[in-house]
Design a protein around this ligand. Structure first.
Ligand SMILES: Cc1ncc(C[n+]2csc(CCOP(=O)(O)OP(=O)(O)O)c2C)c(N)n1
Length: 805
């Protein structure tokens, strides 16, 4: 099983550095051992650790420089310690879910342990100087999902290096010298995202150094079930850069327990990425997992005796120790002493982290117990209250929720009693609710001064000179001016470059701005979005195009898991102001006319989702998002590019506010709420309804996330007392979402005189052809009939029901 170690001489190493590395590796191992113990003893819920992977991570940290970025996964604790991007107390704080940015800067207790991140933002949401810090993008749990953003983190260096207009953005890059270091487990290389990402990195010549930590297993499943030939090195060989070529990867294979070889490999690989701009892959094999995959189970259940014996012998820490002694850097006794010291030290730090975590929780419990005890003296239900208090105080390791639950139960018991001090308990509950709201629910959207909701509205201006042009030409003018005014704006996607996108929004702009500003990509939706995420994390302003809304589903996972959750999962520590542009709703056939909006809006909370009805509105939304620091999705209406619109004179600066619906037809009888392509259909129906004496008010919501922030639909409903929601999504999809927003959140149900109705598409995908469309999606006839039916119910004399015999 074991391969031959390198012949590297110990003489190339400095004693102090070697011992410091051993100390660090040993500390990290102790953190893993103690961490597991904390889970087993019930103090922490779950633990996943980096034991067995210490040595390569120390070597990787030696090659890492300020300004570089990491995009990795849960095994990287030793790298984080070695790079100075994580302390032991922070490590334990996250294990305990200490909900405080100071204690757990990566996630403020919002992520499970070993989800690493540094903070790229100041507390006001503005960027730090990222060239002065060690940077780690925030980890996510889905295996391989760190790969898409790695593409953009590495590609950003190339852009900063090659685009002169970006040279002044020294807060983000020093002439593009930075490397994006990726890490991934061997089993996760079976994920599609892995292959898509490395291909994209190679094509883009992104400055990436990717490490594969290979311990031969993915939880219990060995490599033979993961990969052809069981060996990632042989599979990636086709990506290897040929002599004399500039495309491809430098590929290294190195033993995970061979310290000198690891240090040398990382130095070489990083040097080559930094200087020659050729991406590199380091396959680190013969790694182990001394404590098994995680605290969820033991590896004895699935590893053979032979494997377990080998793992004990080839544990990188054991091998490192042997090498140090063999090389006479220290004696066994010296190392024993060092280990004794570190064991005590790590345990002390752990203890302190636990106390820091527990003390505010205990203080809250004491407060609640005191308040309940005071009430016991005055209440007729003192026995019940005492029981609650004693139960609370009897808990060995209480959570915050225990105090809150006790307070709530006590208040319910006291519901019929008038005791002055009851207000104190209620006040405590309300204060605690609001601090926990902040603790767990803040930063879903930007809280900075650049929040999209704070972008000032600039209305579109028209004059007698304003030309009437095609919709795609409106967008073209918008993108042209955006690319001119901000060099950080980079547009890319399938057919976006040379062709200027399939509907010509970027026509001619590659020629004007160059092929790094407006570029073609491969067919790779996940990494188009990932590329944008990584670039935006490094200060750029990507507009990433997904050719059709129906293909957004490929990218939806990464939008949901990474992009949308980013600010929230770091409690304001990171941001990626990505604009995803796509086109959809209505054309023809299953994959060119879907409108799966509810699927999208429910998965990307944390992003803005905008559904403009025409290209002028779309341009206003682009301008708004480009002024903000938030991610957004803009769905253009597919059949709007060839319709004529008037170009605003201020296309370069007008903005459309988010969450503000527009009344596109005034009316008295029924409010019809819709968006996107359905606006035209509803307006067509409105004219026909008018002819039979029904006057509908048509509201274009324009923005699904956020939705009608000023409750203007409520105002319309108050006037008409009847409401219909129309869209092309499935029944129970976005029409149901809008209905809930208006009737429940806005309290609109109070004004209803008729039952509220929805008119969505069919539950199946849209069938092809004009007839397929007619019988799959709402059309003007159906809108007419749905509205008419409501009126027929109200006033059967004036509106006889002609639809049933
Ligand atoms: C998309 C996804 N599928 C499954 C899991 C559950 N899971 C967590 S870790 C893991 C194994 C990963 O193995 P590997 O990539 O080799 O990394 P290692 O843990 O061995 O370092 C699995 C299947 C997950 N987190 N994400």
């Amino acid at each position: 099983m074991a391969a031959k170690k390198s012949e590297e001489l110990a003489g190339n190493f400095n004693r102090e550095e070697v011992i410091a590395d051993y100390r660090l590796a040993y500390q990290s191992r102790q953190a893993s051992l103690i961490g597991r113990r904390e889970v087993m003893s019930g103090k922490a819920k779950f633990g996943i650790f980096g034991d067995g992977k210490e040595l390569p991570q120390i070597a990787m940290a030696k090659a890492f420089r300020k300004g570089d970025f990491r995009s990795g996964y849960y095994r990287d604790q030793t790298f984080m310690f070695a790079a100075g991007a994580l302390t032991l107390s922070e490590f334990f704080a996250q294990l305990y879910a200490h909900a405080d940015v100071g204690a757990d800067p990566a996630s403020a207790g919002r992520s499970m342990n070993a989800h690493f991140s540094t903070r790229s933002l100041n507390s006001d949401g503005s960027w730090k100087n990222l060239t002065e810090t060690i940077n780690s993008s925030p980890d996510v749990s889905p295996t391989g999902s760190q790969m898409p953003r790695l593409v953009g983190l590495g590609y950003a260096s190339r852009l900063y290096r090659e685009l002169d207009d970006l040279k002044s953005y020294t807060q983000f890059s020093q002439e593009g010298k930075e490397i994006a270091f990726g890490t991934v487990g061997n089993a996760s290389t079976a994920e599609g995202m892995f292959w898509e990402a490395i291909n994209a990195i190679g094509v883009l010549k992104a400055q990436v150094l990717l490490s594969i930590w290979d311990d031969c297993f993915g939880i219990s499943v060995p490599s033979e079930h993961q990969l052809v030939k069981q060996n990632i090195s042989s599979l990636i060989d086709g990506f290897r850069v040929e002599p004399g070529s500039e495309k491809g990867f430098a590929i290294y294979t190195v033993l995970g327990w061979d310290y000198p070889a690891l240090v040398k490999t990382y130095q070489e690989a990083a040097e080559s990425v930094r200087k020659k701009c050729i991406p590199a892959i380091v396959h680190v094999h013969e790694l182990t997992q001394p404590q098994g995959h995680s605290t969820s189970g033991s590896h004895e259940r699935y590893k053979s005796e032979e494997r377990l014996t080998w793992e004990a012998e080839f544990d990188c820490l054991v091998k490192f120790r042997e090498w140090i002694i063999e090389s006479k850097f220290a004696t066994a006794h010296d190392l024993d002493q060092l280990e004794d010291q570190e064991r005590v030290q790590v345990e002390e730090i752990r203890k302190e982290a636990w106390e820091n975590y527990m003390s505010p929780i205990l203080a809250e419990r004491a407060d609640v117990a005191k308040l309940i005890s005071e009430l016991e003296e005055k209440s007729n239900h003192s026995e019940q209250l005492e029981k609650i208090r004693k139960k609370l105080l009897g808990l060995q390791t209480p959570f915050r929720r225990d105090s809150m639950s006790a307070a709530r139960q006590a208040l319910a018991i006291l519901r019929n009693e008038t005791i002055a001090s009851k207000d104190k308990l209620l006040e405590w509950k309300n204060l605690s609710e609001s601090s926990n709201e902040e603790r767990y629910s803040s930063h879903l959207y930007s809280q900075s001064s650049q929040s999209a909701l704070r972008v000032e509205e600039i209305k579109s201006k028209y004059s007698s000179e304003s030309p009437i042009i095609y919709g795609f030409e409106v967008l073209n003018a918008c993108f042209d001016s955006a690319l001119t005014r901000d060099p950080r704006i980079i547009a890319f996607g399938e057919d976006v470059g040379k062709l200027g996108d399939v509907n010509q929004g970027f026509r001619g702009l590659q020629k004007k701005f160059g092929d790094l500003r407006v570029s073609d990509t491969g067919i790779r939706e996940v990494t188009i979005v990932g590329q944008a995420i990584g670039m935006a994390m490094r200060g750029l302003r990507p507009i990433a195009e997904i050719q059709y809304l129906d293909y957004l589903l490929y990218a939806l996972q990464i939008m949901s898991d990474d992009l949308a959750s980013l600010q929230w999962r770091t409690k304001g520590g990171a941001k990626a102001p990505v604009i995803i542009r796509t086109r959809g709703h209505r054309l023809e056939g299953i994959w060119h006319s879907g409108s799966p909006m509810a699927g999208i809006i429910h998965l990307v909370r944390g992003m803005h989702v905008l559904v403009p009805r025409n290209m002028v509105q779309a341009s206003g939304f682009y301008n708004t998002l480009l002024l903000s620091d938030e991610p957004g999705l803009i769905v253009e209406v597919l059949n709007g590019y060839r319709l004529k619109e008037r170009l605003p004179d201020n296309i370069d600066e007008f903005t459309v506010p988010l969450g503000v619906p527009e009344v596109i037809r005034q009316g008295q009888d029924i409010t019809v709420v819709t968006y996107g392509a359905s606006c035209r259909i509803v307006l067509e129906a409105a004219e026909r309804l008018n002819q039979v004496g029904i006057d509908i008010e048509v509201i274009d919501v324009q923005s699904l996330l956020p939705f009608d922030i000023h409750n203007s639909i409520y105002g319309s409903l108050k006037k008409t007392n009847r409401i219909l929601f129309v869209d092309e999504d499935v029944p129970g999809g976005t029409t149901a979402y809008m209905l809930q927003e208006v009737l429940e959140k806005q309290d609109g149900y109070r004004w209803l005189d008729s039952s509220p109705r929805t008119l969505p598409g069919k539950p199946h995908r849209p069938a092809y052809g004009s007839d397929g469309d007619y019988w799959s999606k709402p059309n003007a006839d159906q809108v007419f009939e749905s509205v008419y039916e409501i009126m027929a119910e109200v006033d059967p004399v004036n509106y006889p029901n002609y639809l049933s015999s």
